[in-house]
Structure formats: structure tokens, C-alpha cells
Write a protein that binds this ligand. Structure first.
Ligand SMILES: Nc1nc2c(ncn2[C@@H]2O[C@H](COP(=O)(O)OP(=O)(O)OP(=O)(O)O)[C@@H](O)[C@H]2O)c(=O)[nH]1
Length: 625
């Protein structure tokens, strides 16, 4: 462990450098961050393990970063000790919002590019975000140790993009540690120190927070102006609430309590408050005795892209689910939710997510961190429905779809950018066309790789598009998208009926051309999942009152003739007639119980198959190598 001379709260502002590491998914941010921790001595060789800053179990297991992590790292250059605030950010498109918040806490960004892959879709989107935030960009090629690395080619690509010389692009290896020392020196030289006013009243931006069951809410802050001392009463500017801070400190990489935090420093505050509504990401903290007049700009609330219902398997767990969502929201500002009831599934919440991976991570965290057993309904986007009578409805859930004559349905669109090697242009075009995409421009990033722009319905892109793109391009294409307007479309609501009863959890809004496929797929799936009963069960898919698909679960039949050896045929016939009558009566009275497992399986297999997990991407890449 290192000892610092720069003590938190007493560090000269001119010696502070705050930077984040941004990159496309898998280009090695967390690995480079590991080497920085090791080289600077904040983590000893013995304690080191891969992806040190990915603290959640899910992050470690999946090998992806979900949450940004900020650490304080000392670095000595030319005999002067500097204090680096380093933030490792996630790379997946669903977590772009996390990146945008991290950028707010920094003056510089290390733009990491895999030297075997080159620029990818999220490299560009993260770079544009960093430029928007006026950050100093340090371009870096990673993985130069790999035999397939082509640093010269990709340095030229980056230089072309940033308008710099290829020699300005640093070359490092997160694996071997080569070039990391030069990188840290360059950060000290090029990233400007923070520009807050140390003598002004305190203003600190809350850029993240997390609920700790033992200590309450831990709030991560970036000090902008002034100096915050450990025992000062603090005020949350937008809420107007006042708290005694229980503890003030820095993350290094464990939490270390300090006496103060000065302008430009990144650290944490624990207020001891357990009510999650008391701490809002994006709020400004000031002191009670000398409050600042103007709060900091804060963050724009992210707009959810997909919605899905979350229901506890055991309905008695509804209050626990509410509490768990409240706590998770603290750590995941992009999550939105409101109570919902379903005839089939009982009480639950309709939740809004930034994408399917986000949705998957939230349900997994709810079950791991809060021990909840949940069923999630098929995801859908938001539609604006106008009826013949002029009434307008915002439909976030297929069961809210109004009855009656529909005049117009409007769906959200996204602007998508796809980067692919040029030999796959044709396949990408076909795929986009299948998904109702409108082609825009196409630019060559280098003689081998192109960036294609498309406008597409959000509903087409969030579900299985990414997976299909990966498989059609052997894992080489990358995708980025953001919301971009809306359009009227030919959409219908497909209902699923079991024994004539509409099961709301299975309803979906789909494009007219795909309604038949959805109906057939769902009825087939349910036929396999629902156990046979004493009577016949019809499973139907319907648009309004029109049935578009049907499957039948055959009745279980007891062998009533078992005891009849030989003998009179009329006796056998009589027994069969009696059985038939009994079945008919049962069918009239019988009620089909859909087992919970069938709900879970029917609703989840879609995403399980289409999961855009990194395993699949890696598998696709491997098979290509
Ligand atoms: N050979 C080699 N492999 C590397 C290097 N840097 C990272 N890797 C590997 O690349 C994979 C992805 O690295 P991560 O550090 O998890 O990538 P990331 O950018 O943090 O990923 P996300 O946070 O999920 O976006 C891991 O298997 C690393 O071991 C490197 O310099 N050389």
C-alpha cells in the first residue's frame, strides 16, 4: 500500500487530474484500469485480481462493466505527486447514460481502442459525448501484445477521426502493462486541472449513489467549489433537506474516511439517511452554514426505451419488490417504474429500461441482491394511439391498448449507426430492410470498414436485431443507436386466449406483417408448456375477434376399457360414450391453471435466445478466427 503526501481536502487543485476511460464494449477499459491501480501501488500484487473495479458479482461473471467506478490514484511524475481521479465506465450501449454522468465529473477522457478491432460504434458515440462535454481526449490503442494487432492501421484511422497525427496515438497493453506509465504521464501533462473555486461556498455534484444495508446511502460526489469538512451539516439543494454527514471520504480503492474534501476532488459522503428519496443523483450538495446560491446544472433524466412488467412469483412479495426497486433506483437512475395489475399475474410494476441488457441486469440484481423471484412480461416500446373518436392514448403496456376503432398508431424511431467490414454491407442491408430500416448515408472509415446510417423503428432494433447483426457479420459489426423521432405504422395488438380467456400477460403489439408469426410462435410454445388436463384446451391467437392461429392441448384419457377383457362390444361403446360425456361437462366447467413455470418459460425464452450477451459475441468472433 502506498502512503500519500497529497491528503484529501489538502491537495492543491493544480495537482489534481480527473479522467475517465471510455471505449467500445470489450476494448479493455477495466483491464487498463487494473494496470493503473497496480502500477500506482494502490492495489498490491497479492490483492490484485482481474477487473478489480467491477465489484458486482454479475459484472465479474459476465465480464462486463455495468456501473462506473471512481478511484483516487496517486501518481508521481518528475518528483511531483499528482492525484488522479480515474473513472472506469461501461461500454454497452444500454449504459451510455452511466458514461455521460461520469464525463460530467472529469476534465479528460482516455479513448481506448482495441488494436485488433479498430474504431467501433460505441467508440464513436462515447467520443462525441466527450467532445460535447469539452473534455481533453487522449487516444490510446490497447492490446498491442496480440499477434493480430494492427496498430499502424488503426492509429491512422483514429488520427483521421480526431484530426491528429498517428504518432499522437499512444500504444498500450492492458495485459502486459506496456505503455501504461507513459499513459499516466501524458494524462498529467495534457488533462487540465479542475477549475472550481476553492474559496467559494461548497458545491458538489452527486454523480452516483448506492444503498448499503449497514451504512445507509453512500453518495458519490465530485467537489466543484469550496471545501467540505467532515462535521459540516450539508444541504441537498433541489430537495432542501439538511443532513449531518456521518462520514466523508475517498475511494482508494476501498473507502477511506477523511477530514475534508477540496475543490476538484472526487469522494463520497454517507449521511446515515435510510430513506432513498433523500438522495437524488444529479443534485448539488452545499453546506447549511454557507449555502451556495446556484445549484450545478445536474443531469437530464434518461428516457426509457423499453417497458416490461415485473411481477413477484409469490404475490405476497409485492411490498418487498417495491422496496427493492426504490433501493435499486438509487444506484440506477435510469430505472423507472409504476404499479401495475395483471389479471394473470397479480400485482407488480411496469418498469422502463434503456434496453434489453439493462432489463436483464435489473431483474438479475433484484433476484440476487434482494432475493426476489420474479416473472417479467414480454418487453415492448411506447406507442401513441389515436382513435376514430379523436381520443389519444399513450400505450406502455399492450393491455392498455384501447378497444374500438383505431385511426393511427405512432411508434418511436431510432437513428442507428452500424460499423462493419465492407464485405458484409449486403448482409447488413438485407437485415436492416427486414427490420423496416430506412437507409441514410454510408461512409468509409478506412478502405476496409464502413459506417452505415439507418433510421429504424425502436421496436425492431431493441429485441433481436443485435444478435442477428452479430451472426450475419461473424461478430465483426458493431451497433449504436439513439432516439430519433417517430412515425405512423401498421401495428396490431395480438391477444392470446386459453380456453377462450384472454391472458393479458401474453398480449403484444406487433407489426401487421409479423402478427401471424407471433401468434403461431406463442400458441405453439404454450401448447408445449401447459400440462395436459382431463379435457381439451384450445390455445388461440387473435387480433380483435379474428383468430389467426390455434393449437390444441389434447385431453388426458384414462383407459376405461382396461378391465374389459373380450365380451360384448356394446358394453365397451357404452363406457366410451360415458367418458366422452364426462369430458364434455368438464370442458364447460374446467378452468385452466397456467403454471408459473409456463409463464416464465413462455415470456423469457424469447430474450434468452436473443440475449446480446458478450458470450455470444465472443463465440461468434472465435468461430470466425
Ligand atoms: N491480450 C490482451 N487482452 C486484453 C488486453 N486488454 C484487455 N484484454 C482482454 O479483453 C477482454 C475485455 O477486457 P475488459 O477490460 O473487460 O473490457 P472492458 O472494455 O472493460 O469491457 P466492458 O466494461 O464490458 O465494456 C478481457 O478478456 C481482457 O482480458 C490487452 O492489452 N491484451
Amino acid at each position: 500500500m502506498v502512503t500519500y503526501t497529497n491528503q484529501p481536502g489538502f491537495t492543491q487543485q493544480s495537482l489534481i487530474r480527473n479522467f475517465c476511460i471510455i471505449a467500445h464494449i470489450d476494448h479493455g477499459k477495466s483491464t487498463v484500469a487494473d494496470r493503473v491501480l497496480q502500477l500506482s501501488g494502490v492495489v498490491s500484487q497479492r490483492d490484485m485480481h482481474d477487473q478489480f473495479l467491477d465489484r458486482m458479482d454479475i459484472e465479474q461473471e459476465r465480464g462486463i462493466t455495468i456501473k462506473s467506478q471512481a478511484v483516487r490514484v496517486p501518481w508521481v511524475k518528475d518528483g511531483t505527486e499528482y492525484t488522479l481521479g480515474m473513472i472506469d465506465t461501461p461500454g454497452h450501449v444500454d449504459f451510455t447514460y452511466e458514461v455521460s454522468r461520469a464525463l460530467e465529473a472529469c476534465e479528460g477522457a482516455v479513448l481506448l481502442v482495441d488494436a485488433t478491432q479498430g474504431i467501433e460504434a460505441q467508440t464513436l458515440s462515447n467520443l462525441y459525448m466527450a467532445i460535447e462535454h469539452d473534455l481533453t481526449i487522449i487516444p490510446v490503442l490497447n492490446k498491442i501484445d496480440l499477434p493480430s494487432a494492427d496498430p499502424d492501421r488503426h492509429a491512422a484511422e483514429i488520427a483521421n477521426l480526431l484530426g491528429c497525427s498517428p504518432d499522437d496515438v499512444l500504444r498500450v497493453s492492458g495485459k502486459t502493462g506496456e505503455g501504461i506509465r507513459e499513459l499516466l504521464n501524458q494524462i498529467v501533462d495534457e488533462v487540465p486541472p479542475p477549475h472550481g473555486q476553492s474559496q467559494a461556498p461548497v458545491r458538489a455534484l452527486i454523480f452516483d449513489s448506492v444503498y448499503d444495508p449497514y451504512r445507509g446511502i453512500v453518495t458519490y460526489i465530485r467537489m466543484v467549489d469550496g471545501e467540505l469538512k467532515a462535521r459540516q451539516k450539508i444541504r441537498m439543494m433541489s430537495l432542501g433537506t439538511v443532513h449531518d454527514p456521518g462520514e466523508l471520504g475517498v475511494i482508494c480503492p476501498d473507502m477511506i474516511a477523511t477530514k475534508a474534501l477540496g475543490a476538484g476532488e472526487v469522494g463520497y459522503v454517507i449521511t446515515g439517511v435510510k430513506d432513498v428519496a433523500q438522495s437524488k443523483v444529479g443534485d448539488t450538495i452545499t453546506t447549511e452554514t454557507l449555502p451556495a446560491e446556484q445549484p450545478l446544472p445536474g443531469y437530464r433524466d434518461p428516457q426509457p426505451m423499453v417497458y416490461s412488467g415485473l411481477f413477484p412469483v409469490d404475490n405476497a412479495q409485492f411490498p418487498e419488490l417495491r422496496e427493492a426497486l426504490d433501493k435499486l433506483k438509487l444506484n440506477d437512475a435510469a430505472l423507472v417504474y409504476e404499479p401495475e395489475t395483471s389479471v394473470a399475474l397479480g400485482f407488480g410494476f411496469r418498469c422502463g429500461f434503456l434496453g434489453l441488457l439493462h432489463m436483464e441486469i435489473v431483474s438479475e440484481r433484484l433476484s440476487r441482491e434482494f432475493g426476489l423471484d420474479l416473472i417479467s412480461t414480454a418487453p415492448n416500446v411506447t406507442y401513441k394511439v389515436t382513435m376514430e373518436d379523436g381520443s389519444q392514448h399513450l400505450v406502455k403496456n399492450p393491455s392498455e391498448f384501447p378497444d374500438g376503432k383505431v385511426k393511427k398508431i405512432v411508434e418511436p424511431l431510432v437513428a442507428a449507426s452500424i460499423i462493419t467490414p465492407k464485405e458484409f454491407i449486403g448482409s447488413v442491408m438485407d437485415l436492416c430492410q427486414d427490420h423496416r430500416g430506412q437507409m441514410g448515408t454510408m461512409e468509409y472509415l478506412s478502405p476496409e470498414r464502413v459506417e452505415m446510417h439507418y433510421t429504424m423503428p425502436l421496436a425492431e432494433i431493441v429485441f433481436d436485431f443485435f444478435d442477428q447483426l452479430k451472426s450475419r457479420t461473424k461478430g465483426y459489426a458493431s451497433l449504436d443507436y439513439h432516439e430519433d423521432g417517430e412515425q405512423a405504422a401498421d401495428l396490431v395488438k395480438v391477444d392470446i386466449l386459453i380456453q377462450g380467456d384472454k391472458i393479458d400477460a401474453f398480449s403484444a403489439i406487433v407489426h401487421k406483417e409479423k402478427s401471424y408469426t407471433y401468434g403461431v410462435m406463442m400458441t405453439k410454445k404454450l401448447r408445449e408448456l401447459i400440462p395436459r388436463q382431463q379435457f381439451e384446451i384450445p390455445i388461440q391467437a387473435a387480433i380483435g375477434s379474428r383468430i389467426i392461429a390455434r393449437e390444441t392441448i389434447r385431453a388426458l384419457r384414462k383407459d376405461v376399457l382396461a378391465k374389459c377383457y373380450g365380451g360384448d362390444i356394446t358394453r365397451k361403446r357404452k363406457l366410451l360414450e360415458k367418458q366422452k360425456a364426462g369430458k364434455k361437462r368438464m370442458k364447460m366447467l374446467g378452468h385452466v391453471e397456467v403454471p408459473q413455470e409456463a409463464f416464465i418459460a413462455a415470456l423469457s425464452t424469447g430474450d434468452a435466445e436473443d440475449r446480446d450477451s458478450k458470450d455470444k459475441i465472443r463465440a461468434a468472433k472465435k468461430s470466425n478466427e
